[in-house]
Design a protein around this ligand. Structure first.
Ligand code: G4P
Length: 269
């Protein structure tokens, strides 16, 4: 569907997760949209480390993209940052708008396609941008919605598309990062393993976050660390055994909800 619609699209707006900007980029989009102008939205910037997000903006700009950090959840369009998209689209399409004016076509719309993996915040982003009540917002990866067009500021036609993942992760670490952020459903994963991977990533560059939040000493064995966290929280089952499943869910939920602070799991090299 994306490929068949590409011919009528002027700009492709790719929504990424600011905490994992590389892992949340669908490589298929690169080939599908190779001839198109591209905007990368670093969404959920409120959950990511601010300095790291600024570095990602620079990184993508150097690669020739237009990159914008956004918090689509903010009720204020200006503060949240989606209003920057309108200005960026105008800048990108200046030449086309000018040419159309010369041909007497004054109000020809700019057509932008919104793409992104499931749960990255496409609906929330569109709601903030278009102020449209009623777009489906659900924390259920895999929910498919049909194609729809939206009018924004009377000047842009925005095509919403269903969230798509690619069918094989060449790098298993990408799958782990996406699972940590909730882009892949928890139901298909072993949460304890996932939580130990998460703890490994976070303690390798910011051990203080875990130490402070859970009041535990950092050790090299992540399963033992998870156990220590469960112990500190009093998550015990019959016989005093630590409930690792509950501990894992808690750690992952607290990260996803921003309770561990603003954390970027990927940093530009
Ligand atoms: P999708 O269309 O790409 O699948 O994603 P959707 O907009 O449904 O958003 C998925 C979840 O991410 C939602 O959480 C949404 O509120 C949250 N979200 C989207 N953008 C942002 C952002 O910029 N910052 C933060 N912090 N969260 C964001 P949810 O738990 O399903 O919904 P709710 O409990 O917030 O209502």
């Amino acid at each position: 569907m994306l490929a068949s619609q590409m011919g009528i699209i002027d700009v492709v707006v790719e929504i990424l997760d600011a905490r994992v900007p590389l892992a949340s980029r669908n490589p298929d989009i690169d080939s599908l949209a190779r001839d198109k102008k591209r905007v990368l939205v670093l969404n959920k910037a409120d959950l990511a480390d601010e300095k790291t997000t600024a570095l990602w903006e620079e990184y993508f700009t150097r690669q020739g993209f237009f990159a914008l950090a956004v918090n689509a959840k903010d009720n204020d369009k200006k503060k949240g940052g989606t209003s920057k998209l309108t200005a960026t689209l105008k800048k990108i399409m200046q030449e086309k708008i000018q040419k159309q004016k010369q041909r007497g076509r004054i109000n020809a719309p700019i057509r932008a396609m919104i793409v992104g993996i499931p749960n990255v915040g496409k609906s929330t982003f569109i709601n903030q941008l278009a102020g449209r009540a009623g777009a489906v917002v659900a924390d259920r990866p895999g929910v498919t919605r049909g194609r729809q067009w939206l009018k924004v500021d009377g000047e842009f036609d925005l095509m919403d598309t269903p969230g798509v993942l690619w069918h094989k992760f060449d790098d298993p670490h990408v799958g782990i990062l996406l699972a940590c952020t909730g882009a892949i459903s928890d139901n298909v994963l072993d949460r304890i393993t996932l939580a130990t991977h998460f703890l490994e990533i976070i303690t390798s560059h910011e051990p203080e976050i875990v130490k402070k939040r859970y009041n535990v000493e950092i050790c090299g064995n992540m399963l033992s660390l998870l156990e220590a966290i469960g112990n500190a929280r009093g998550f015990k089952m019959k016989g005093g055994v630590i409930d690792l499943e509950r501990t894992a869910i808690t750690v992952l939920d607290e990260f996803r909800g921003g309770k561990l602070g603003r954390i970027s799991l990927e940093k530009p090299s």
